[in-house]
Design a binder for this molecule. Structure first.
Ligand code: ASP
Length: 331
């Protein structure tokens, strides 16, 4: 029987667009069919936690907020969710038992802000927005980001792990021998992209990053162009999954750039996933990564390396989960 690895090798024989037939048979829903509502507003966000975040974003838009307000307020719901182990201060810690957060925010005109490796701040997405609006910089990290938060009146939270995160960490310590892990399961960022009734785009992305990462590790989420990119003329995209693989291909920027060159959001996401697989060939069995993208027309798409990635879509017709297309048919 041909394994996923064999299929992968076959895939590398062709160019990124020329996939041998045998390889095609191994795929499910790839290239993805794409979606189109041609309707505004439209809000998309990654994973199941996107439903509650979308609902809040929609409410903000409905009460006269801007699309930037909507994508900020939307993901704050996830940051605030005590049951969430991959976003916010209740998330899983790094291998030293410390929760460090990454976030970014971007407007269609190119304005953007981000924070990385930040501790004790409940809403890193709001801090990222403050970096964008109240400093001459785009990115602040670590202690400096925390100092800036305090100077902006943001409270420092207790640095206590959520009890469930603490239990899981203690269990991990017993078995893992303090080795940082990267695998297809230990992450779930929220990335949100939105289009308002006038066609304005914005996006946000926030995460506690990979569980049990090395202390100091920064993922793709706060890196403009990797975890998030928005360009009013071309579209918006955001990413989730193994950040190292996404950074290597500037994944979100690549999706937006492909849309600028005329690809549909779905075609752009499909190509980004192909590119990611090609660039990460040695480790692909351990990688999950997913992308969502939209343009100003209300077309959108999603693609992932392997099954399991879904996203929440809010239109005037409702708020529901949608499965992404995926390159490999197995998890
Ligand atoms: N992209 C995030 C990171 O690498 C992980 C995730 O999607 O949860 O930090």
């Amino acid at each position: 029987m041909t394994t996923r690895k064999d299929f992968f090798k076959l895939g590398l024989l062709g160019s990124t667009l020329l996939i041998p037939d045998a390889f095609k048979k191994a795929t499910r829903l790839f290239p993805g069919p794409g979606f189109s509502v041609r309707e505004k507003p439209l809000i998309l966000s990654t994973w199941n936690h996107g439903i509650a975040a979308n609902a809040r974003a929609w409410e903000v838009l409905g009460s006269g907020g801007s699309i930037l307000d909507a994508v900020e307020q939307g993901v704050r719901v996830t940051e605030n969710d005590e049951t969430n182990r991959s976003v916010g201060l209740a998330g899983h810690p790094d291998r030293d038992g410390i929760v460090t957060l990454d976030a970014s925010i971007m407007k269609g005109n190119g304005d953007c802000g981000s924070v990385a490796f930040v501790r004790r701040i409940k809403h890193p997405i709001t801090l990222a927005r403050k970096v964008m609006e109240n400093t001459p910089h785009i990115m602040l990290a670590g202690e400096g980001a925390q100092q800036f938060a305090v100077s902006e009146g943001m409270p420092l939270e207790d640095e206590k792990l959520h009890p469930d995160a603490k239990n899981a960490y203690e269990k991990w310590l017993e078995e893992a021998e303090y080795k940082p892990v990267i695998n297809i399961e230990n992450h779930d960022t929220i990335g949100m992209i939105g289009l308002d009734g006038d066609g304005n785009l914005a996006g946000s992305c926030t995460t506690s990053g990979l569980s049990y990462k090395m202390h100091g590790r920064v993922g793709d989420s706060p890196i403009i162009g990797a975890g998030l990119y928005v360009d009013q003329k071309s579209g918006a995209a955001t990413a989730t999954g193994m950040g190292e693989s996404i950074i290597k291909i500037c994944g979100s920027f690549l999706a937006v750039e492909l849309m600028r060159q005329g690809r549909s959001p779905q075609e752009a996401c499909d190509e980004v996933v192909r590119r990611l697989i090609e660039k990460n060939r040695g480790q692909i069995d351990d990688i999950q990564a997913g992308f969502i993208a939209m343009n100003t027309e209300g077309d959108y798409g999603a693609a992932a390396v392997r099954p399991g990635f879904n996203f929440a879509r809010h239109t005037s017709g409702g708020n529901e989960m949608v499965d992404s297309s995926n390159y490999f048919s197995e998890r």
